[in-house]
Design a binder for this molecule. Structure first.
Ligand SMILES: Cc1cc2nc3c(=O)[nH]c(=O)nc-3n(C[C@H](O)[C@H](O)[C@H](O)COP(=O)(O)OP(=O)(O)OC[C@H]3O[C@@H](n4cnc5c(N)ncnc54)[C@H](O)[C@@H]3O)c2cc1C
Length: 453
């Protein structure tokens, strides 16, 4: 095809791959969206390559999917309409860490934990910490406005994006935002592109705000007989003025399914656990831990483990980070829902998932960022049960709406939640979003499968 020859000529053959074996590596992401093999995979080495590629692809109207590491849980990195995948594995440089001005400049293919290590080495701190941080990229994090356990105290990726370099569908290379601490010149375009899921432009450089590294951290793992007592503890902690840097919950279904694999050390009778982390200068820890203990005890805690040393803290965190990979290893397909409810309504949501299990005959295991009310409701299913999965998802999300919540907290809309997004947004607002998409990408080549029905 002519557009493939032009890509090879303009970018160089080694950056444009069309052999099946290579293309098939980019057919899936971490969601249960069906695989689609793209026609071509491009590995740009700089923004100039992205500009050249998009000019050709836009002219020929080829669907184009930017891609980080493919850890998306909502199907956004699957090239549903074939076409081209642009992978950022060769644009993976940390270009600058500026301790005086508390910022870092990175290419989109930098793995998130690499930035954490690099800045912490200089006594700085980049808070967003999706549980996939050892594999996902900062480009993917910006595109999804990724959160993570520390969002409760520190916010999500959008709170750290200062300036972006973006290439539009037509190949226009532009900078939005400013690397300064403050900036109000016009509309907040960095925020518009953050969370736009690759539908408005391709991100080729990111300037991120950093913080000074908190000198101390303490991690607590509190075991409860059930999630109702754990959720009550969460609400009361927040009500009493505690602001942990993380406040994570794992429900009894997860523990029944994978408890032995994630935390063999949990005491007998544990039906749910909370992982709580405080960070700061240290002297305040004693008071925070003691208040956490009092509140937990009032709500029936069975045991509370605490650690300040790195290796024990890491072991406690593993209990939380391994939940999803362990559920995945059970051999089911998983629909990853990512709902948010007002924190005080978490017990209602979790008990409703049991009713959905009874109605659909599917297993549901939930865990997540309880401090934010952001619960990952995982529907486990076997091939052929897709109809029941859709029913289960609709039941759960309709309950979430009734409780005053939203269908998506941090994993994006992708392909799997498009209909839910259309139902959740008022038609006028939905129309504005579609208008923005048309403005930036008139031919609709960028992730045409994502977000809009
Ligand atoms: C085990 C596990 C745990 C997870 N935990 C969390 C969590 O705690 N919090 C959370 O928020 N998410 C979590 N996720 C979801 C996922 O890791 C995040 O959405 C992450 O931001 C995706 O990054 P990625 O590099 O893998 O992007 P991809 O999956 O490759 O892409 C995601 C989306 O971003 C677009 N995109 C990628 N790069 C660019 C670019 N340069 N320009 C424009 N668009 C681009 C893609 O087209 C796609 O739509 C988890 C996933 C897994 C598998």
């Amino acid at each position: 095809m002519r557009w493939i020859s032009r890509l090879k000529k303009d970018l160089g053959e080694e950056k444009v791959r069309d052999d099946y074996e290579h293309r098939s590596l980019y057919s899936r992401d971490s969601s249960d969206a069906p695989a689609v093999v793209p026609e071509v995979v491009i590995h740009p080495e700089g923004p100039e390559d992205v500009v050249k590629a998009l000019r050709i692809l836009n002219e020929s109207g080829i669907p184009t999917t930017p891609r980080g590491s493919g850890t998306s849980l909502s199907g956004g990195a699957v090239p549903r309409e074939g076409g081209v995948v642009i992978v950022f594995d060769r644009m993976n440089r940390i270009k600058e860490i500026d301790a005086d001005n508390l910022l870092a400049v990175v290419e989109p293919g930098v793995i998130t934990s690499r930035l954490h290590e690099a800045v912490e080495g200089e006594n700085l701190f980049y808070p967003p910490d999706p549980a996939s941080l050892d594999t996902c990229t900062l480009g993917g994090n910006v595109a999804e406005n990724a959160g993570g356990p520390r969002a409760l105290k520190y916010g999500t990726t959008k709170h750290y994006v200062l300036e972006l370099e973006v290439v539009t569908a037509g190949g226009e290379r532009m900078r939005v935002g400013k690397r300064t601490k403050k900036w109000v010149v016009g509309y907040d375009l960095p925020s518009l592109f953050t969370g736009s899921e690759g539908t408005l432009g391709v991100i080729t450089e990111i300037s991120l705000r950093l913080l000074p590294k908190p000198p101390k951290r303490i991690t607590l793992l509190a075991s409860f007989p059930d999630e109702v007592s754990a959720s009550r503890t969460v609400s009361e902690m927040v009500r009493r003025g505690l602001l942990p840097s993380a406040l994570e919950l794992v429900d009894h279904k997860c523990l029944q399914a994978v408890g032995d694999r994630i935390a063999p050390f949990l005491p007998k009778g544990t039906g749910s656990f909370l992982l709580v982390e405080y960070d700061g200068f240290g002297p305040e820890f004693e008071e925070q831990v003691s208040l956490t203990y009092d509140i937990s005890q009032k709500n029936g805690v069975i045991d509370l483990l605490g650690a300040e040393d790195e290796s024990t803290r890491r072991r406690l965190w593993e209990a939380r980070r391994r939940v999803l990979p362990s559920l995945e290893s059970l051999g089911y397909k998983i629909r990853h829902e990512d709902v948010v409810v007002p924190r005080s309504r978490i017990p209602e949501l979790l008990s409703y998932t049991e009713e959905v299990e009874r109605k659909t005959g599917l297993k549901i295991a939930s865990f997540g960022h309880a401090g934010d009310g952001n619960i990952h409701v995982n529907v486990l299913y076997e091939e052929g049960r897709e109809g029941d999965v859709e029913r289960a998802v609709n039941l759960v999300v309709e309950k979430v709406w009734e409780l005053g919540g939203t269908c998506a907290g941090e994993h994006g809309i992708g392909t799997l939640k498009k209909e839910l997004m259309r139902r959740e947004l008022p038609p006028f607002v939905y129309g504005i979003l579609k208008g923005l998409k048309r403005y930036f990408d008139p031919k609709g080549i960028l992730n045409p499968h994502v977000m809009f029905v």
